[in-house]
Design a protein around this ligand. Sequence first.
Ligand SMILES: C[S@@+](CC[C@H](N)C(=O)[O-])C[C@H]1O[C@@H](n2cnc3c(N)ncnc32)[C@H](O)[C@@H]1O
Length: 189
Amino acid sequence: MKLEPSVTYSHTLLSNVVSENDIVVDGTVGKGNDTEFLARLVGNQGKVYGFDIQKEAIQKTQERINQNNLNNQVKLINDGHENISNYVNDNIQAAIFNLGYLPGGNKEVITLPETTLKAIQSSLSLLSIGGIVIIVLYYGHPGGEIEKEKVLSFVQSLNQKQYAVLKYEFINQINCPPILIAIQKNDNH
Ligand SMILES: C[S@@+](CC[C@H](N)C(=O)[O-])C[C@H]1O[C@@H](n2cnc3c(N)ncnc32)[C@H](O)[C@@H]1O
């Protein structure tokens, strides 16, 4: 057994809570790695709502989804994740946010604290009991540290009776390895 990096651990957690027919959100589509992973978990009767503000990310991911015959269960939306509630009305089983900038893309287009927090709050209000919201925090880039602090301060303030909040982090690595936050909605919510 090898301890998993945050990015793969996010998929391990998702595969434990997401089943066929579920409705889920990918809040930062990027190259579509999480979108494709979620699309396979929910199957062709489920639904993945994917958001990205960059048209190119949406277009490229749509091609990827089409090539893999997953378009029945994926709806990609070229809008900010802060507007999730304009598009998603159902309860969701999971949401994932990979924050920061798109590797290989425009490093100036980054997720921002205010919109990130709004998106996390919207996702929590749509979340089913037992469902999880995952946030992968990258903080090595300009602006990343502020976002990290704001997100951590918000998630630490969540009522423990309503949510279980996990922070997963390698603490002896250089170059700011991403931190994973997982928030699960409790039974007695
Ligand atoms: C770290 S990348 C995501 C990587 C992605 N999960 C993947 O599998 O490739 C962050 C993405 O967030 C997007 N983004 C930035 N602000 C956003 C917002 N307000 N709403 C939705 N997406 C946003 C960027 O355009 C970028 O593609």
